[in-house]
Structures are given as C-alpha cells and as structure tokens.
Write a protein that binds this ligand. Structure first.
Ligand code: NA7
Length: 550
C-alpha cells in the first residue's frame, strides 16, 4: 500500500481545519487536510436544511485575522444563512489557495501512533495510508448525527432526512411533513418550511424557550460603524465569556425591581439573540434558580401572547429550567397559528412506531406523511472521536481512554496524555462560546506549540549532531504530550466550573444527555473565553506547564 508522509494531517475542512492549514503552511510544514465531505465547509457543508443559519451575529461569525477581508467581505443581514457561511469559507480557501492541500471524500477510518518512528499512521476510506508527525483533528463539535431509536424507523416509505446530512435538493411544497426534534435546528426548520407545506406535524419531546433573533438587513451605516471598530470588537470578544459581541451582565436578576427586570428582558427580546437574552440581561440566569424562573416566566408570557390556540400554547410552553443552549428564531411560536401546523407532545403521547406511511402514536393516532425530518441532533463533542479508532502510544483508543476516565477529557480541550502529537480543535472541555473565536484561539495555540516543538527539535538535533562524543542520533522528531496530572486537573476544573450551572440539571447535548447510554458528564469549560485565553498564556509563559518537556 502506498504511504505518503506529511508533517501534519488535519482532519476536517471546516472553520477550524481551514485556519489550522493556513497557520501550519505559514510555518513551512507540509500539510494535508482530509475530509469525508465532497468539499470545504465542515458543519456548513452538511447542514443545508431549510432555515439553517448561524445565530451568532454576522460581524463576528467569521475569522478575525484577515483585517482587509473583515472590512471588504460583504455581509447583508444580521445573521448569516448557511449558503453565506459556506460561500465565505470557500472564499477564504480560494483567497489563500488552500484547496491544493485538501483532499475530499476521504474519511479518517483509523489512526495509530507508531512510537518507534514517532509518526501517526492514518488510514482512510479511500484505501490510502498516510504517515504524519502531527495529527490535528478539526472534527467539529456537532457532526455525528443522532437518530432516535424508534421501532420501524427503516420502514418509512416516504422521504426521510436528518438535518445534519441534508441533500442538496428538496421540495416540500404541498407535502405532509413530520419533524421530530425542536432544538435550535428543529426550530429553524419549522419556522422556514411551515408556510410552504400542506401539513406540518411537529413531534416535540421537550418544549423550548426561544427568543427572537432580531434578524434583518444591515444598513451601510451599520456596516461602516462595525468596520471602523473591528479592533475594539475582537478585543472585547476575546476577553468576554461567551464571545457573542456583548458585555455579559454583572447584575443579579433579583437585585433589581420587578419592573426593571421586565424592562431588561423586554429590551433583550426586542434586540434579539438567544445568548444576549441569557447572558446580557442578568449575570445569574444560568446559576440561580429564582433568577432563572424570572426569565422563564417572561418567555412563557410571550408564548401565551403569541400562540392563539390555548392547547397548542400549553404544549409549547416549557416548565423546566431555561438552561439549554439558548435558542433564537425568526418567528417560531408564530408558526403554530397556521392551521396547517400542529404540535404533538411526545411526553403525553409517545411515538409507538414509524410505519411505511408515517408515525403511529401510543394513543392510536396515525399521522400519514410524505416526508419525515429528523432534527434530532448529534452525538456531540466526543461522538466523532469515538466512532473511529484513534489509538495512542500504548495502543489505547480514545474511546478506551475516555471510558477509563469516566467521560471525555482533555488538557485545555486540545491535548491528551498517551496521545503524543495529537491536537484536537474543540476537543472535550473546550470553552462554551461562539465557536469561531474559540477555534482561532486553539488553532493559534496548536500552531505556536508545533512551531516551538519544531524549533527545539531542530536545535536538539543540531546540538546532537555537532557533539563529537555523542553516540545517540536524536532524529526521531519532537514529541508533544500532555501530562496525566494536567488532564485530571483540567477535568476537575471543568467539573467545578459547571457545578453551579443549571445546564447540568437539564438534559441536553451540552452534558451528553441527548444520546441514550451516553454518560451525563461535563463536556465544556464554562470559565469563558477570556479566562481560557489567560490560562493558555500562563501555560506558555510557564514553559508549557502540564506538558512533558519538549
Ligand atoms: P439538539 O439541540 O440536540 O436537539 C435535538 C432535538 O431532537 C431535541 O428537541 C430533542 O428532544 C429531540 N430528540 C432527540 N432524540 C429524540 C427522540 N428519541 N425522540 C424525540 N425527540 C428526540 O440538536 P440540534 O440539531 O437542534 O442542535 C444542536 C446544535 O447544533 C445546536 O445547539 C447548535 O449549536 C447547532 P429533547 O429536547 O432532548 O427532549
């Protein structure tokens, strides 16, 4: 079998992989990016479902490192829709001539670390085998699709889609459509297709708190104002907690009067954006039950004011904590005022089975459908890593490592003991934020670490070769590996930081609670991006604290 060697292989051609490639090429390394998809885009390649958009505002859902491009690459609305995000990533790839280093329709199937030669051996779905000094996974947080385990799922004779693997074409005009799932994806799909379909049945397991997105066209004046302040904007984003472009509140909700609270919630509702509603209004919505309930009451009132049919409103109204990934929408609750849109509560009436014709409910109701959409999310964070065998120094796979550690772990979200020269972009216990600024932070940390490793290894090799009395030729290259103590401390810190979070008390993918059998455990660093960046700086300043000397 032909084996080709690269200094670095990056797995994934999305936001993270593209930037990592760019950075590593700047270091003069030979790099190959592989991706199972047919082209660039990562998440934005696969998630082409109707209504797909980023719910980070457009001006900060992009790279910050190309100042000219920031100013000149146009964005039309407050939020980028999937085709625009994809077009942006393609534009960056073309601008920097990166495509020549990328190989598509090539899935990583197996990788193991060959300690003798200090290389990763990477085997792909194409039958190719590569060796590489550095293996960098840019797999995305949300890409392994999660299908519910409903009896008869394979028997449906109509069109069936998962939002995370959406085909290029679809036509739902005049069709009877069922959708299972109402997370951020389901909310976007429902809002986008309700007006076009003959009938839309929304199968909902847990109702959601969603706030308006505040989308709309941006004026030239708005753009010019943003363009004039990008330095300041990125500096604020990098030093903030959730990196969504606003200052997080420092005011506890119950420290102000009921009127003031209402006013603040209303202001956030009018301005739009889920993260703004959760983190800009008050400082303690995600940690204080009473404060949280105030936000819940506000959204419940909005639902009851919006949804005219009291039965639909009842089913759509959540009663648990407002402590899942915050959602925003372009008129979600409003869609249920359409006569062709209905909501089915799966907690009251579970799905009995999926049949050839549609969905059969426990109470005997049968919904005949032409289309069934699964907006049922992802086996998030570690799901992508554990489905392929990535084996480290001792032959232990990531899955075995994480089973041994009782949940997915890392040092700094990036490295792992036993997995020399493996770097993860948004690995487990990375910051919970708007993703591009965290990706950039990690990509730069990884590139700087590799630069140092290369530099020091060259120095070492020269010193060794120059030393006449030396009998050992140290040409096996640099080895970067986190210490197990550092991994354990980072995991403990992440656990501690999440201890007070109400997110922990709700079931969602953020704590791995959406996939049956998956351990409910911390998967993010909740300290915020600013604090995370400071930790990385301290690690570097302390000579790569937590790593074996390299
Ligand atoms: P999410 O947020 O995980 O939402 C998945 C939805 O699917 C949610 O409503 C789930 O209900 C529902 N679901 C999952 N499994 C089942 C079964 N077995 N039966 C019925 N309903 C089910 O995924 P999204 O794609 O919406 O969003 C993921 C992230 O992508 C999002 O946060 C953004 O960052 C982008 P549940 O609420 O668990 O009861």
């Amino acid at each position: 079998m032909k084996q080709t060697h690269f200094d670095a292989i990056v797995v994934g051609a999305g936001f993270g992989g593209i930037y990592e490639l760019h950075k590593l090429l700047q270091l003069g390394l030979s790099v190959r990016v592989i991706d199972a998809a047919g082209d660039v885009g990562g998440t934005w390649y696969w998630n082409r479902y109707p209504g797909a958009m980023s719910d980070t505002e457009s001006y900060i859902y992009r790279y910050s490192w190309d100042k000219e491009d920031l100013i000149n690459y146009h964005w039309k609305e407050h939020y980028l829709k999937q085709p625009e995000v994809l077009a942006y990533l393609e534009h960056v790839v073309d601008q920097y001539n990166l495509r020549q280093h990328m190989q598509f329709n090539t899935e990583l199937e197996h990788a193991h670390y060959d300690e003798t030669n200090n290389v990763w051996v990477v085997e792909c779905s194409t039958g190719e085998s590569f060796t590489t000094r550095y293996l960098i996974t840019a797999l995305g947080l949300l890409s392994k699709t999660n299908y519910p385990n409903i009896p008869g799922i394979g028997s449906f004779q109509g069109e069936m889609y998962h939002t995370g693997k959406w085909p290029r074409e679809h036509d739902f005009n005049g069709k009877r459509v069922g959708i299972i799932g109402n997370g951020s994806t389901g909310v976007q799909v429902i809002t986008a297709i309700a007006k076009d379909v003959r009938q839309l049945i929304c199968f909902q397991r847990t109702p959601q708190y969603s706030v308006p997105s505040g989308d709309g066209p941006v004026t030239k004046e708005y753009r010019d104002a943003i363009n004039g302040r990008y330095e300041e904007i990125w500096s604020q984003v990098r030093n903030s907690a959730v990196a969504f472009g606003f200052e997080e509140s420092t005011t506890p909700a119950m420290s102000v009067s009921a009127e003031e609270r209402e006013k603040k919630f209303e202001e956030a509702w009018q301005r739009g954006n889920g993260f703004r509603f959760m983190f800009w209004t008050f400082s303690d919505l995600t940690v204080n039950e009473q404060a949280n309930e105030e936000a819940c009451k506000f959204v419940r009132k909005k639902i009851s004011q919006t949804v005219k049919d009291p039965e639909k409103a009842r089913k759509l109204t959540p009663h648990d904590f407002y402590a899942r990934r915050p959602l925003c929408d372009a008129g979600y609750y409003e869609q249920f005022n359409r006569p062709n849109v209905d909501i089915v509560s799966l907690k009251e009436n579970p799905i009995e089975r999926i049949s050839e014709k549609g969905v059969a409910m426990s109470d005997g109701t049968q919904y005949d459908l032409d289309v069934l959409i699964f907006a049922t999310g992802f086996d998030a964070v570690d799901g992508n890593y554990t489905r392929v065998a990535i084996k480290g120094r001792n032959g232990e796979s990531l899955k075995e490592h994480w089973d041994r550690k009782d949940g997915p772990t890392s040092y700094l979200g990036v490295c792992l003991p036993g997995f020399s020269n493996l770097f993860m972009i948004t690995g487990p216990n990375s910051p919970f934020t708007n993703i591009p600024p965290t990706l950039e932070t990690q990509v730069e940390f990884i590139a700087d670490t590799i630069a140092r490793a290369e530099e020091r290894s060259k120095g070492k090799a020269q010193a060794t070769n120059g030393a006449a009395e030396s009998t050992v030729s140290d040409d096996s290259g640099p080895v970067v590996e986190a210490l197990e103590t550092a991994e354990d401390e980072w995991t403990d810190l992440c656990k501690k930081l999440s201890d007070n979070s109400l997110f922990k008390k709700t079931d969602s993918w953020i704590f791995g609670a959406n996939v049956p059998g998956k351990k409910h455990t911390v998967m993010f660093y909740f300290g915020g991006l600013g604090a995370y960046r400071r930790v990385l700086s301290e690690v570097i300043d302390a000579g790569y604290r937590g790593f074996k000397p390299f």
